[in-house]
Design a protein around this ligand. Structure first.
Ligand code: CTP
Length: 418
């Protein structure tokens, strides 16, 4: 199963896009359609909406009732920008039929309607299936534009030779057959055989900041690298990943959903909202255990003070609160950054106290590992034993953690849950 975004331009061949949608949905793919305004003169959006079971969009200015989600996904809570969210969720973006005019716009990098804006924002494979009169197709301008798109990595699904729409015209320019278009898409998208396809993973990453006043906070040195590495590796395995990111300034992955938070309370709200639907929780964030009890609304001034005492109150132990709520089959993994001797004992204690399936312990007293470092060295503790992961990049460490998570999932499934 793949998520296919179909862009339909204004040409006679637009009617063949209906057959393509029928074939794709029959094959189990989730399809969303965007049309250029002219395309609606040829085939109305209602036909595509009926076949896909999802709203059809024409401009950035209309609200998307599905909020960028494909028919197999729940709509997000927020109202995203439609052209960005649609391509972010798509495994492939196929423009069929693509007119000479749209091909020229794509080659020029124009973003003057939803279909072209989405193409510019797409990081998934882009396929372009031209359909036009043979003189237009053979024109050097069109050929140069097609060559440009090809050079940039787009897949051109060549038009067929045959009878054209206008009477007695024959030549190259007919839209490729719907079966050929679907085959071209399927050749480029994941085929549902990745090990974690369909698995929903929730990751927390980064470090929370608890306000002292309007400009200062109590925080920690977590960069979010470990959490982001876990999220990226899980996405590479095919999982549907959401990251709750607490103050993380790292590049973002187009296939991962990010929810930004600042404080432990915000992280708790986001984690409670995301937890019920996830299959695996990876709680890598460094969540504050205490926060200033009475943060000042403005900026605290130093004049007239000898010192400043800040009273801290405890925050909720988010992981400790969520773990007992888990349903059968759900796996919950915590992280413990310990300092110096006794790290594994503290880790074992947290594993039992918080009721986790595993805890990943690292000793942040070591130079070059742990907080804000590119590498890590951890020990993964489970009820069954422990696995030491020698110093390696955070991506490598993440892969081993996910391997253990996979084993725990298999065990949880076999047991019918924790
Ligand atoms: N954690 C949490 N909520 C908190 C604090 C921690 O969910 N308020 C989670 C962390 O994300 C981590 C795990 O609990 O996955 C262990 O965090 P840690 O701070 O090491 O545990 P604590 O129980 O707070 O123990 P310590 O006294 O060592 O701080």
């Amino acid at each position: 199963m793949a998520r296919i975004l179909l862009g339909v331009c204004g040409g006679i061949a637009a009617y063949r896009a209906l057959e393509l949608v029928r074939l794709a949905t029959k094959a189990g793919h989730a399809v969303r359609v965007v049309q250029t305004p002219d395309a609606q003169r040829f085939v109305g959006g209602l036909s595509f909406a009926a076949l896909t079971g999802a709203p059809v969009l024409t401009t950035e200015w209309e609200r998307d009732p599905a909020r960028g989600a494909f028919p197999d996904q729940p709509a997000p809570e927020h109202d995203p920008l439609s052209h960005l969210e649609l391509v972010r969720n798509a495994d492939a973006y196929l423009i069929a039929p693509a007119t000479a005019n749209t091909i020229a716009k794509l080659a020029g990098g124009h973003a003057d309607n939803l279909l072209t804006s989405a193409a510019l924002a797409a990081t998934c494979p882009l396929l372009v299936a031209p359909a036009m009169n043979h003189h237009m197709w053979e024109h050097p301008a069109t050929q140069a534009n097609v060559a440009t798109l090809r050079e940039r990595g787009a897949t051109i699904v060549e038009p067929e030779v045959g009878a054209l729409a206008s009477r007695n015209e024959w030549g190259a320019g007919r839209l490729a057959a719907p079966e050929a278009l679907l085959a071209a898409v399927e050749a480029l998208v994941p085929d549902g055989t990745r090990p974690w396809d369909g698995l929903r993973v929730l990751v927390t990453a980064g470090g929370t900041r608890e306000p002292i006043d309007a400009v200062r906070y109590v925080g920690n040195r977590s960069s979010g690298r470990m959490g982001f590495a876990l999220a990226e590796e899980a996405a590479a395995l095919g999982a549907d990943v959401t990251v709750i990111a607490a103050n993380v300034r790292l590049p973002r992955h187009p296939r991962i959903r990010y929810v930004d938070v600042q404080t432990a309370a915000e992280l708790e709200t986001a984690a409670r909202a995301g937890f019920p639907a996830c299959d695996l929780l990876l709680m890598a964030a460094a969540v504050a255990d205490f926060r200033p009890a009475d943060p000042a609304a403005g900026k605290l001034k130093k004049a007239g003070r000898d010192g400043l005492a800040i009273v801290l109150e405890p925050t909720t132990d988010v992981l400790g609160a969520l773990a007992p709520l888990r349903r059968p089959g759900q796996v919950v993994i915590g992280f413990a950054a310990e300092h110096g001797e006794g790290a594994l004992d503290y880790g074992r204690d947290k594993l039992a106290r918080k009721g986790l399936d595993a805890i990943v312990v690292n000793d942040v007293s070591g130079a070059g590992i742990g907080f804000d470092a590119l590498e890590n060295e951890v020990t993964i503790l489970t009820a069954a034993g422990e696995r030491h992961v020698p110093r390696a990049t955070k991506a490598d460490v993440a892969r081993t953690i996910l391997e253990v998570a996979g084993e725990l999932r298999a065990g949880a499934g076999a047991r019918g849950g924790p």
